[in-house]
Design a protein around this ligand. Structure first.
Ligand code: ATP
Ligand code: MG
Length: 257
């Protein structure tokens, strides 16, 4: 579904990613972890085709996103839903206008039809349209904003790939659980390849089939939970070290049932 082959990327002269390769299968869920500045968001931008690598290629369903014609690129982008690190809702538009934005701008659907689709979508992401349709985003909690952003991504695209950048950062445990449930539900109800960037090890464990760990632009780990737990790689340890305690706690919950 998604394949990165020997990607190297630099902003101007500043190298950001070095020789990164990994694949994500059609209904697989991959979590990208790594310290701040290690290049996680940059990888998502590359998958979306917002930037192109200086070396290597990115294939979406076998097609190179960087060399394809604009028209095809638009088609491919429609298969990719993105939830940005800050939610990136339009502050001056209501929740309804945010979620229905694509349908309002890019289709000739009537307002009534759009409202019906938006209402249904808000229900899908666990929000009550009657309460929030006409509200501005800054009147919602962080967790609600994140779910509105997921709803908007789903109505803007018909995704076979969903990319989430730090979807639970800054949320309380209940809101975190709601967002994680939504990510899991989407992946199971539709065949969606999922890539989640997160610092939250506990959240990562609950959604990942596989993990990759980035350190200063280099991929230092690619594997499953048990391999990650047992990894003796210095790079992995540098990152996991401070989190080992929570990691072990979840391990016990997961493995000692
Ligand atoms: N538009 C840009 N121009 C130049 N450098 C950039 C740009 N965007 C990001 N960078 C640099 O690229 C590096 C990787 O940034 P990126 O946003 O991918 O990190 P990240 O792993 O997502 O970090 P965080 O966990 O803080 O979100 C950083 O050093 C950052 O300063
Ligand atoms: Mg980031």
């Amino acid at each position: 579904m998604i394949e990165l082959k020997n990607i190297s990327f630099a902003y101007e002269e500043k190298p950001i990613l070095k020789n990164i390769s990994f694949k994500v299968g059609p209904s697989e869920s991959l979590v990208i972890m790594g310290p701040s500045g290690s290049g996680k968001s940059t990888i998502l931008r590359l998958i979306l085709g917002l930037e192109c690598p200086q070396e290597g290629e990115i294939l979406i369903e076998g097609q190179n996103i960087c060399t394809m014609k604009e028209k095809l690129k638009r088609e491919v982008r429609k298969k990719i839903g993105m939830v940005f690190q800050d939610g990136a809702l339009f502050d001056s538009l209501t929740v309804g206008e945010n979620v229905g934005y694509y349908l309002l701008e890019h289709t000739d659907m009537s307002d009534e039809e759009v409202t019906a689709r938006v209402t249904q979508m808000l229900g899908f992401v666990g929000l009550d349209a009657d309460e929030i349709l006409d509200v501005l985003p800054d009147q919602l909690s962080g967790g609600m904003q994140r779910r509105v952003a997921i709803g908007r991504a789903l109505l803007s695209t018909d995704p076979s790939v969903m990319l989430y950048d730090e979807p639970t950062t800054g949320l309380d445990p209940k809101a975190t659980e709601q967002v994680l449930n939504l990510i899991r539900k989407l992946r199971h109800e539709r065949t969606i390849a999922t890539v989640v960037v997160t610092h939250q090890i506990v959240d990562a464990i609950s959604i990942a089939d596989r993990f990759v760990v980035l350190l200063a632009g280099e991929l230092v780990f690619d594997g499953g939970l048990e391999e990650l737990r047992d990894s003796t790689d210095d790079g992995v340890d540098t990152f996991l070290g401070p989190f080992r305690a929570s990691f072990e706690k979840v391990n016990r919950r997961q493995f000692v049932r």
